[in-house]
Design a binder for this molecule. Structure first.
Ligand SMILES: Cc1ncc(COP(=O)(O)O)c(C=O)c1O
Length: 450
């Protein structure tokens, strides 16, 4: 598969080069030239595989000759060694024998090592990048801006990988206590992963990373690489779980339409879903849940896209006023607003509505949602209110509620037990550099540590 810049289709790269370059010359986002399409016969075969096997097979269509099928099998087996459950709020599995009338499911993408959906992309990308480092003997410095979860997932995926240093930029006071602990406790003082607390917002962090990539002196000096969802290596693996889980859902409830709801910020997760649909995944519609940072939901209702400064909310990982992947979604639909509206429906919610929803769902079912998942579930409920016939609803659970224990415990007045990896991280010593949100400050820090 070759890739081209969304700004100029004449600018091309292989998968490996697009992954290592992060952005195309001129700042474009890499886009796959042509997506594979799987017939119902082929999808049936892929759906019968394990998730890791299906992911490896899909990956053969997106990579280049530097990745053999055996390499991809090894990468996916190693990356995807945790479950991908779809369950009802009362805990039944996706199984018509156990839950014949169930419609409302959560796809829990938070059973990986950092308990957030970012693990799926980060673990594939980390292994793919270090495979390339091994074959090319190159070095890379990864800069990653995080609103909480990406940094943890990238840090974990790249920790101790040879030839790669990772600098995680997060907004000071803008991530949850548990997330900050996870971000700042990876490895030892000499480890290849460093956390930087930026005195600003997530948009400032994202802007700094963009500025660094726009500065040819810095990019060349440090061989910079981005691990944010501007990197196509992050977005492609996010299509794998939509592809595979939609086949499981369709096999369980073949006669019902299938709709996913995605709590969204930078729209990388949605881009993965849209790619899966274009590959033949049996998904009828995507519902998009935004918090008060809702330029995409506004775009869906007005056709006008107006990026804006972000505002802080309860679902802080989605506090994004200028979603990075918006241009990819437009390009995937040939700049056709009507085509985007045909597949996407959106709604946004206040923090009060989100809090009330977390409380109501807990009271009614016992299920504990993180604030992001709750925004997605609220959006799905709103969408379902206007759909008379039964359909399979899958809300994408993007993070374990314990990652947001400070807010969830306040909302529910109940203790959220920390899963083992988090409990271990909470005991570790923090290592963090506090920095002004300027390129000079970042450049100084990189010249010492990169
Ligand atoms: C828990 C959680 N939910 C939702 C999102 C939004 O995903 P995306 O930025 O791909 O739209 C994020 C992104 O950081 C996240 O960490």
């Amino acid at each position: 598969m070759n890739y081209h810049s969304h700004k100029d289709s004449e600018i091309k790269a292989s998968f490996g080069d697009a992954l290592l370059a992060s952005l195309a010359p001129g700042g474009g986002l890499w886009m796959p030239d042509a997506l594979p399409f799987f017939s119902p016969h082929e999808t049936a075969r892929l759906g019968a595989m394990s998730f890791a096997d299906c992911a490896a097979e899909l990956a053969t269509h997106f990579t280049d000759e530097r990745f053999s099928k055996a390499d991809l099998d090894e990468i996916c087996d190693d990356a995807y060694n945790y479950p991908v459950p779809i369950r009802t709020l009362s805990g039944e599995a996706l199984d018509p024998a156990l839950a014949p009338d169930a419609e409302d499911f959560v796809l829990e993408l938070f059973h990986g090592p950092t308990l957030a959906f970012k693990d799926f992309a980060a673990r594939f990308m980390g292994r793919a990048a270090s495979h390339l480092m091994g074959t090319t003997k190159q070095k890379r410095t990864i800069l990653v801006a995080t609103s909480g979860d990406t940094g943890g997932a990238i840090g974990d995926a790249f920790l101790d990988q040879k030839g790669i240093k990772v600098f995680i930029l997060f907004p000071k006071g803008g991530v949850s206590k548990v997330q900050e602990q996870q971000l700042t406790t990876m490895g030892t003082a000499r480890s290849n992963v460093k956390a930087i607390s930026v005195d600003g917002t997530f948009d400032d962090c994202q802007q700094l990373v963009k500025q660094a990539f726009g500065n040819s002196e810095l990019t060349e000096k440090h061989d910079l690489m981005s691990a944010n969802s501007i990197n196509v290596g992050r977005v492609i693996p996010q299509s794998f779980y939509y592809f595979w889980t939609s086949l499981q859902a369709k096999a369980a409830y073949p006669n019902r339409p299938l709709v996913y709801s995605i709590p969204s910020g930078n729209l990388g997760n949605l881009t993965g879903g849209l790619i899966a649909k274009k590959m033949g995944a049996p998904i009828d519609r995507f519902v998009i849940g935004n918090n008060a940072n809702d330029p995409f939901v506004d775009y869906l209702s007005t056709g006008v896209y107006t990026p804006r400064p972000s505002v802080p909310t309860l679902s802080n990982a989605m506090d994004i006023g200028r979603p990075n992947n918006f241009p990819r979604i437009v390009a995937l639909h040939d700049n056709n607003y009507a085509a985007i509206r045909d597949v996407c429906w959106g709604a946004s919610f206040t923090d009060d509505e989100t809090e009330r929803h977390i409380r109501r769902i807990h009271t009614e079912t016992g299920y504990v949602m993180c604030p992001h998942t709750a925004v997605g579930h609220l959006a799905m409920e709103k969408f379902a209110a206007d759909v008379p016939e039964p359909f399979t609803r899958i809300t994408v659970g993007t993070a374990h509620p314990a990652k947001f224990a400070d807010s969830v415990e306040r909302i529910l007045h109940t203790e959220i037990p920390l899963p083992t990896p988090l409990a271990k991280a909470m005991k570790k010593k923090k290592r963090v550099h506090v920095m002004a949100p300027t390129l000079d400050a970042l450049s100084d820090y990189l010249s010492i540590h990169a």
